[in-house]
Ligand binder design. Structure first.
Ligand SMILES: Nc1ncnc2c1ncn2[C@@H]1O[C@H](COP(=O)(O)OP(=O)(O)OP(=O)(O)O)[C@@H](O)[C@H]1O
Length: 718
């Protein structure tokens, strides 16, 4: 009886159940372990295990624990459990006195692989088992399948796509679209003249504005002589010969060329590096190519690419609609080209056809999407399951372009798809791709040292920010944070940039933070009081946000929301009384409601309806939202899906948004949630001004901590 397998399952399960009761484990993890424990009692049919081991109690005990661990890791954002990285003293993040007894008579983790292979609940993916083991990685079966699908689709699409490319036509189109614009250089030179800039300063501006890469090969005496006499933008065109195209490298042009040559491309870059501008030009090139090809369908209609634009959240989709709209507007191309580039974006959920109360979507490989080109913005927010569903629904011929910032936080749910893909960016291009890109752009490329990954030819990283110039503290701070070197971050604060302000955390600065927030939020509340339309009120609210790293406590979203609410009430800006709902209450949706078209992360503000209800003679309080297409919708509070007050929000939830004034607070005690990616994401939400409230110590430690997400995607793509 002592070695009875069920007794052992039960023992492990009982331990796991205790952890659930203590709040250390999710009920879901326990349930999954229970399910796996049952499956594990089925030996592998026809295997050696069936004959020799049948149901080894140690195996079933181990597989039960591993199932709970894999499920727990998934909850932490990891796609799989890495057996080699199991810390026996900290299972489920527990202290060692609780962790070690869970292992009891189990062997050291380096022996687990062999034991797990004997379980009926584990396979290499060739059988329908709840767990899949791939080397040292253990997956929940569905997640293994998602990863396989994403990897195989990306590998496939990264190979081709340039077959119908017309290199000469596209090369001249790219030359036109990415032609040098001397206006920026002229403006910079004028500013330098006012400041008494030197020849060295002028040289720096030329290198920066014209993307010079081989500066030593240029005749700087002749160039400077031309610069000092140039009295107009046109006069700078002498630089066409003095600074020839071969000495420059415009990465935006390269990014567009990469996307022309592949069916799958990634354009990654920090805020304001021109991802949207580049994709607008790329779409113009694709439309031009189709117009010139002049292929018609049976009805005689011209065949033009069906282009769709999407983003993971409603907010991000609304931002994309706005930014691509203005990028397309400012393109120097024919109206017929412009009019065939869509500017309306939607959410990925909407594109895939969300079905209420179901995880499945209307579109999948059996019912693919109708499109030729798909642009996905804010791709760092797309988790592994969503990427898998998107790729599954993408028609075989379609081109997929991912835009995003690889340095931002990974998706809320499991995976770091964009980060994993971009890990190959430093490998360089293959000989074949270097030649093709050279033909398309006129630039010369260094070829990859070794055989690069299957996706390396699909990647382009944009480095130069057009939003944050050299005098911008936000840009410098973001760069320093990404370097992972705290002393560089410290140096940036010391330089005294006007757009960033650091407040060492303390009771005084805490009060300053609340006072600042109240002053900033007065703008949108005054707009309501002045009877402005909901669209304007939402715009005013979107100018400011307080971002927190954590949810609970005085430095978290919940505590700060209450404090801000009280402070605004004292100021007479809002009047909540005992009511949950009051005029001016801003809320964020935390649960998708497909029927209402409201999604997790959407922000609305409560205001009175402009019309009087004929029955009551009163005006109804509604919560107004901006929809992805830019329209405004008012919803009765009672109809809203789950939501929270949103004067303060987590940095996680702020992804895909930007605010003119961003206040950011880190808790006084360090915790593993505080990472470089978190701080970088928070800082780069600020467009004009950043106010940071933190201790130097916590900020320093956060900058050195990297988010690591276990996954096998990079190895499948290598
Ligand atoms: N090559 C360029 N020369 C001058 N200005 C540029 C260039 N590329 C982009 N810009 C300008 O920089 C700003 C940011 O560009 P864009 O919106 O394309 O960047 P983005 O990377 O998409 O930004 P975000 O991170 O906000 O999505 C815009 O005002 C755009 O007009």
């Amino acid at each position: 009886m002592e070695n009875h397998p069920m007794l052992n399952h039960l023992e492990t399960l009982a331990n796991l159940e205790t952890l659930v009761r203590q709040g250390s484990l999710r009920p879901l993890d326990h349930q999954f372990a229970k399910f796996v424990a049952l499956s594990s009692s089925q030996p592998v049919v026809g295997s050696q295990a069936e004959a020799a081991v049948t149901i080894d109690p140690q195996v079933s005990r181990l597989v039960t624990l591993v199932a709970a661990l894999a499920s727990y890791e998934l909850g932490q954002g990891h796609v799989c459990l890495l057996l080699s990285q199991i810390d026996t003293a900290r299972l489920f993040g527990l202290p060692s006195k609780l962790s070690l007894p869970l292992l009891d008579d189990l062997p050291e983790p380096h022996l687990w692989q062999a034991l797990l292979a004997q379980s009926g609940a584990v396979s290499d993916g060739s059988r329908a088992t709840p767990l899949v083991m791939d080397g040292e990685r253990v997956y929940l079966n569905r997640y293994w399948q998602f990863e396989q699908l994403v990897a195989s689709q990306l590998r496939l699409r990264a190979q081709g796509g340039g077959n119908d490319l017309q290199p000469e036509l596209m090369a001249s189109k790219l030359d036109e679209l990415f032609a040098r614009d001397y206006r920026y250089l002229f403006a910079a030179l004028q500013q330098l003249e006012q400041q008494g800039g030197t020849a060295q300063d002028r040289q720096r501006e030329v290198c920066d504005k014209l993307d010079v890469v081989t500066s030593s090969a240029l005749d700087w005496t002749a160039i400077d002589a031309a610069l000092v006499v140039a009295d107009s933008v046109e006069a700078l065109s002498v630089l066409d010969t003095l600074v020839p195209a071969e000495s420059c490298l415009n990465w935006q042009k390269v990014a567009a060329a990469v996307a022309l040559t592949r069916q799958f491309a990634v354009i990654s870059g920090g805020p304001g590096t021109g991802k949207t501008t580049t994709v607008a030009k790329l779409l113009a090139a694709l439309v031009t190519q189709a117009l010139q090809r002049n292929v018609r369908d049976e009805q005689g209609a011209l065949l033009l690419p069906d282009i769709k634009l999407v983003a993971p959240t409603g907010k991000a989709a609304a931002r994309l609609t706005e930014s691509i709209g203005s990028a397309v507007d400012s393109l120097a191309v024919d109206d017929v080209v412009k009019s065939n580039i869509p500017t309306q974006s939607s959410t990925i959920h909407r594109l895939l056809g969300a079905i209420p109360n179901r995880v499945a979507f209307r579109h999948n490989h059996e019912n693919p999407l109708h499109l030729d080109v798909l642009v996905v913005d804010e791709a760092s927010m797309v988790d592994l399951p969503m990427m898998a569903r998107l790729l599954d629904a993408l028609p075989a011929h379609a081109k997929l372009i991912l835009l995003g910032d690889r340095d931002q936080l990974a998706s809320v749910e499991a995976g770091a798809v964009l980060g994993d893909i971009c890990g190959f960016a430093e490998q360089g291009y293959t000989t074949e791709q270097s030649q093709l890109l050279g033909q398309l752009t006129g630039f010369r490329f260094q070829q990859a040292q070794a055989a690069p990954s299957a996706v390396a030819d699909s990647l382009c990283m944009l480095q130069k920010s057009y939003r944050f110039h050299a005098q911008s503290g936000i840009g410098q701070l973001a760069k320093a944070i990404n370097s992972g070197k705290p002393y560089l971050v410290e140096l940036v604060w010391q330089k005294g940039f006007r757009d960033i302000q650091f407040y060492p955390l303390g009771s005084e600065s805490y009060q300053t933070m609340i006072t600042n927030v109240v002053t900033f939020y007065s703008d949108y509340l005054d707009a309501i009081a002045e009877g402005k339309v909901p669209g304007d009120v939402l715009k005013a609210f979107a100018q400011v946000r307080l971002l927190c790293a954590v949810r609970e406590g005085d430095f978290g979203v919940t505590g700060l929301n209450q404090r801000i609410e009280r402070a605004l009430t004292r100021k007479g800006k809002i009047a909540p009384g005992d009511e949950t709902w009051y005029v001016g209450r801003p809320v964020m949706i935390s649960q998708n409601d497909h029927g209402l078209g409201l999604y997790n992360g959407d922000i609305g503000i409560a205001m009175y309806d402009s019309e009087v209800d004929p029955q009551t003679g009163n005006r109804k309080l509604r919560v107004y939202f901006e929809m992805p297409d830019g329209t405004i919708r008012g919803v009765l509070p009672s109809r809203l899906p789950e939501h929270d007050t949103v004067y303060a929000m987590t940095i996680h939830k702020s992804q895909g948004s930007e605010f003119a004034d961003t206040l950011m607070v880190l808790p006084p005690d360090f915790s593993p949630i505080l990472t470089r990616e978190l701080v970088y994401t928070g800082v780069t939400r600020a467009k004009s001004k950043l106010y940071m409230f933190a201790t130097h110590e916590v900020l320093k430690r956060s900058v050195t901590m990297r988010t690591e997400r276990a996954s096998g995607l990079a190895s499948l793509l290598s």
